[in-house]
Each structure stands twice: as C-alpha cells, then as structure tokens.
Design a protein around this ligand. Structure first.
Ligand code: X2X
Length: 350
C-alpha cells in the first residue's frame, strides 16, 4: 500500500517536472517593432518584454528590435517573417499586415470606426475573432490587442479643413493599397514609403504631409517638419502582440500562461498610454491609478502648439464632407475585407 502510494507520487512528480526539464529556452527571442521606445507603441513593446522577463523569472528573454531593423526597414513584411519563424515575436501594427491579413483593412475604412468604444467592441467582438482566426491560420499566435491609434493628418503647406485643402498635396502613406485609394479619392498625391524613409522625406520636403497617430507624431517631433495638423480621427490602427505558432508550442503551459498574462497587461497599459488625453481623463486615470505609472504622458494638444504647430479639430459637419468624398473606398474594399466581416463589425458596434 505504501509502496503503491509512493509510486503514484513519483509518477505525479515526474509528470509535473518533465515538461519543464524538457524545455530549454532560446537565449534570446527576437521581437519586431516598427517604431522606437519614444513612441507609445514602442513603450508597450518594451513593457511586454519586461513583464515576460518578470513573470517567467528571467527564463524568457524577449529582445525588441526597433525600427524594423530585422526587416531592413520593410515594415509591411512583419507578418510573413513571424509566420515563417524568421522572427519570434512582434508588437506590430495591423495596418502593416493588411496586405496579408486582409480583414485588417476594416480598420482603414475611412470614418467607419469613430470611437474608442467601437474599436474595443470590434476587437473583442465577432469581427475581431475572425481577424484573430485568420492570423492564427497563417501560423501566428495572437496574444493581445494594443493601439497605435486614430490617425491624424499633418503637412507643411496649409491648414486642412475641407477635402479641397488636401487636393494636390503629396502625402506619405504606409505601403497599403487602401491608403492610396483613400488619398486618391481626396485628390491628393499619395506615395507609399516605409516609416524609416519617411522622416528623411519630411526633412527634404520630398513630401508635403503624412498621417499618423498621436504617439508617432510626438515620438518623432512632427512639429520639426510640419506646421499644420488636422484632427479628423479618420481611421484607427490597432496593434497586435503575437508570436510564431511553433515557438508558442515550444513553451510549457506555465510559461505560456505567464506570457499570455504579460501580453494582456502590456496591451491594457499601452492602450491607456496611447489614449491619454484623447478620451477626456478616462485613459489617463487608468494609466495613473490602475497601473500607478510614474511617467506623465504628453498631451498632444499642449505640446504640439507649444512647438508652433496649428491644430485644427474638425466638426462633425466638416467630417461629413470627407466621409462623402471617400465613400467609393467602401464599395471597392468591402469585398476584400469580407462582406461577412464588415457585417459582423456593424453588429459588434451596435
Ligand atoms: O508607418 C507608419 O505610418 C506607422 C509608424 O504608423 C506604422 O508603422 C503603421
């Protein structure tokens, strides 16, 4: 009887220990990030790496590679590189993956998702689930949502209030076909360019303007190149925290749970940072009170004017004019996104 108990205990012990002893972590797990730590998104990537190190007691060491340095700057290649296993992890923009994961173009439908509430509903709803399924089918395990943010337009030429003001402006956009369509529809002259080349292009005046969320604008001191900014919240760029599926499967269950927890926490923290001062004091409060974070997020509406920028906030009526002009983008892109996913998103937002 005692012998049997002892044997059972031994077996149980072996089962508990085996997966751990069989697992040898890599010395470093690479992580792709298109920006730097000066951007909210990059700070979120670092937060994720830090939390993983902390929760796994240093067993898993994720190293962020900033500015797409593992991709020679080719930011739109990140999904494939992670799916292929060339890169282990990514904290990346959905816009940068939208040529491969086509439902992600839903986020780029102009003036479609207009509130943070709607962003969250879609991400955590039926449309979001379909996007995650498509990501995972391709060999990338989704861990959590983060946020680059609602994108605002800046330029060096003139104030933008009406579609007419955009006409003829050379605008740098991400290498995403829907972005070209949107700006052509507005009569602008859009040019695809990697972010790494864009800043040089602003300096040299090769382009007149660009569009990006608050975190990228502040992190890159956009006021050094552009005088005018228009707040139009025309589309949102969410982020995903994710990992190559084989790498994920190589982790024992306890490590998986710790990484998953770290991603969700980093995602919530980063979203609060990315939204700070853009949703009243809601996200700022989460950042300060829930996370007790000592850093003081910058307020775009204070820092940009203090550097000489003119910020124009469009009224609902003014936005309608842009909405009207960009309507044809819906007809062209809904079939690519998937009519079903578009409908699910409408249900999610109800
Ligand atoms: O390239 C951009 O505009 C940026 C930084 O926002 C992305 O990576 C999508």
């Amino acid at each position: 009887m005692i012998y049997r108990r002892f044997m059972l205990l031994l077996v149980a012990l072996l089962i508990a220990i085996l997966p751990v002893t069989a697992f040898t972590p890599k010395r470093e797990y690479t992580m792709q990030v298109n920006v730097t730590q000066a951007v909210d998104w990059g700070a979120g990537a670092q937060k994720f790496a830090d939390l993983v190190a902390q929760k796994t007691n240093g067993v898993i060491n994720i190293k962020p590679y900033w500015s797409s340095s593992l991709l020679a700057g080719k930011q739109t290649n990140w999904y494939q590189a992670v799916a292929d296993g060339a890169i282990d992890f990514a904290t990346e923009s959905t816009m940068n993956a939208c040529t491969v994961i086509r439902p992600f173009n839903l986020f780029s439908l102009p003036f479609f998702i207009n509130t943070y509430d709607n962003v969250d509903k879609i991400e955590n709803g039926k449309a979001g689930a379909r996007m995650i399924a498509e990501m995972e089918r391709g060999g990338v395990k989704f861990l959590a949502w983060g946020e680059n943010g609602f994108r605002q337009i800046t330029n060096s030429k003139r104030e933008i209030r009406t579609p007419k003001d955009v006409e003829g402006l050379k605008i740098r956009v991400v290498g995403s076909p829907i972005m070209i369509d949107i700006f052509k529809q507005l009569g602008a002259d859009p040019i695809n360019m990697n972010w790494g080349d864009a800043v040089t292009a602003f300096q040299q005046g090769v382009v007149d303007g660009q569009e990006n969320p608050k975190g990228v604008l502040i992190g890159n001191k956009i006021w050094e190149y552009h005088k005018y900014m228009t707040i139009w919240n025309y589309l949102i760029d969410p982020l995903v925290f994710c990992v190559n599926s084989q790498v994920w499967k190589s982790f024992p269950p306890d490590i998986q749970a710790q990484i998953q927890e770290a991603a969700l926490e980093a995602g919530e923290w980063e979203k609060a940072l990315a939204r700070a001062y853009l949703d009243g004091d809601k996200s700022l409060k989460i950042f300060k009170e829930k996370f007790k974070d000592p850093r003081d997020p910058e307020n775009l509406f204070v820092i940009a004017p203090s550097k000489g920028m003119k910020i124009t906030v469009l009224t609902a009526q003014e936005i309608d004019a842009f909405k009207e002009k960009t309507k044809p983008v819906y007809d062209k892109w809904i079939p690519t996104i998937g009519e079903d996913i578009y409908k699910l998103a409408l249900e999610d937002m109800k």
